[in-house]
Design a protein around this ligand. Structure first.
Ligand SMILES: *Cc1c(COP(=O)(O)O)cnc(C)c1O
Length: 464
């Protein structure tokens, strides 16, 4: 197929040009020191306009194409049966192979509808890794959510090509342990966002299907990055080198009983979500829930123009040149950081680069949050906004008030889709030269204010 023609130009040169520009504000280091202080040393509390390169998330931060923006003007805002809805439904049916499609305002709304219907007290959900909104919606129903990513996926340096895979042996053990009646569903997150954005193999997805069939268990795909996952399957899995990315995504989704999607990722839009199911009876229950909280079945929580843009985005995301550039641009940043000696989670996943801050800032003790120190340094040195994924986000306290640290102290650099250019990536790399000069720093941060739940969003810090 077409991607066989890969050469250097196609790997690192953006396969799009710029028609509308959004100026970035260039600030001084003194300005950023003050801004960081005003934000309580928490990048979530910065004003976005004070940020030069925003790598906080790849969710809803992408750029739409000229075709999508023209679609916005063509949006049909009819309450029922809008043309834009029929267009979206057709695209999603063709992609998922599922007959029942529900539009939602974002991914978590699809999750809430599905998991509140199939979950409940005493039920168990098993996943390669539950994303945090997935886990929250499951636990809210009284169910338990268990993550069983494969052992290679837990090793920062393993070269295994599909580190997002589920541990098949553990899956069988858990089903035997809880009994198949207790298992509400097995959820495959592709790519595995909370586990480094690592891909999941088709072989693994098929093995899960077989186990689910044997025990009559429902299988769900959380496929908000299904196009990125298809790229990795095409590249790394035998038997898929001659299939298109879309064909691989279709095969992936055809295996599941239900598909939930945050369209803010591979939907290439700023807001939106989808739920599709195969079973008619379940679709009726889902639609009732949809009408109660999201909206009528032909718009969910979306405007007609949003559905129009999403229908176009779901086609564009499978463009071979786009996907090739997308994955290679993320890989370029990660590989160059590695060659500078920055400890990164290896291999680089699809949508983000993860840095091991504990390894980089070896002299900062874990209770002084090395990840938070790196996040603050990246902002102060380069106006780059990133997020700590370590003990600030996941740490707990024991009875004496001592920190129980998270398993890893990571910093995530998430890459928005079609937003930044190669030269922005090179700029980020240059800023890391300043970071390397500071790697012997030995004091981190202390928390001066924290709420009881989800503290990373609003906590305040002080440098020590
Ligand atoms: C973002 C995301 C969600 C939640 O979607 P929202 O649109 O943010 O509600 C669910 N699962 C995964 C894997 C995600 O990355």
């Amino acid at each position: 197929m077409e991607t066989k023609k890969i050469n250097k130009m196609r790997t690192l040169t953006e396969p799009y040009k710029i028609k509308v520009v959004e100026p970035l504000r260039v600030t001084t280091e003194e300005y950023r020191i003050k801004a960081m202080e005003d934000a309580g040393y928490n990048p979530f509390l910065l004003k976005a306009e004070d940020v030069f390169i925003d790598l906080l998330t790849d969710s809803g931060t992408g750029s739409m194409s000229d075709r999508q923006w023209s679609g916005i003007m063509m949006g049909d805002e009819s309450y029922a049966g809008a043309r834009s809805w029929l267009k979206l439904e057709k695209v999603v049916k063709e992609l998922s192979g599922m007959p029942y499609v529900l539009p939602t305002h974002q991914g978590r709304a699809a999750e809430r509808i599905l998991y509140s219907l199939i979950g409940g007290k005493g039920k168990v959900f098993i996943s390669n890794t539950h994303f945090d909104t997935t886990r929250a919606n499951i636990e809210f129903t009284g169910s338990t959510a268990i993550d069983i990513v494969c052992t290679e996926g837990q090793d920062n340096n393993s070269n295994y090509p599909f580190k997002g895979d589920i541990d098949i042996k553990k899956l069988e053990e858990l089903i035997a342990h809880y009994g198949k009646e207790a298992i509400a569903a097995v959820i495959m997150t592709v790519t595995n966002n909370s586990s480094g954005g690592q891909p999941v193999s088709m072989q693994n997805i098929k093995a899960v299907r077989k186990i689910c069939n044997d025990h009559h268990i429902m299988m769900v795909i959380d496929g908000c990055r299904v196009a990125e996952n298809s790229y990795f399957i095409h590249l790394r899995e035998k038997g898929y080198e001659n299939k298109t990315y879309k064909e691989i995504a279709q095969e992936t989704l055809s295996i599941a009983d239900a598909f939930v999607m945050s369209a803010k990722k591979d939907g290439m839009v700023n807001m939106g979500g989808l739920l599709t199911v195969k079973d008619e009876a379940l679709s009726v229950k889902c639609k009732n829930m949809l009408i109660m909280s999201e909206g009528f079945t032909t718009y969910g929580g979306l405007s007609g123009r949003d559905m129009e843009a999403l229908a176009i985005g779901l086609e564009e995301v499978f463009d071979a040149d786009y996907l090739h550039h997308r994955i290679n641009s993320t890989g370029y940043l990660g590989e160059k950081l590695k060659s500078k000696g920055i400890p990164v989670i290896w291999p680089i996943g699809g949508h983000a680069v993860y840095i091991d801050a504990k390894e980089l800032y070896k002299n900062i003790p874990v209770h002084e949050y090395p990840g938070q120190a790196l996040v603050c340094d990246l902002y102060i040195k380069g106006g780059i906004r990133t997020v700590e994924v370590g003990s600030v986000m996941f740490g707990k306290y024991d009875e004496k008030g001592n920190l129980i640290p998270a398993a890893k102290e990571l910093v995530r650099l998430a890459i928005p889709r079609r937003v930044y250019t190669q030269s922005h990536m090179d700029y980020i790399l240059d800023i890391f030269d300043d970071i390397i000069e500071m790697k012997n720093r030995n004091r981190g941060y202390k928390i001066t204010y924290e709420p009881q739940f989800l503290r990373h969003f609003t906590a305040h810090f002080k440098p020590l």
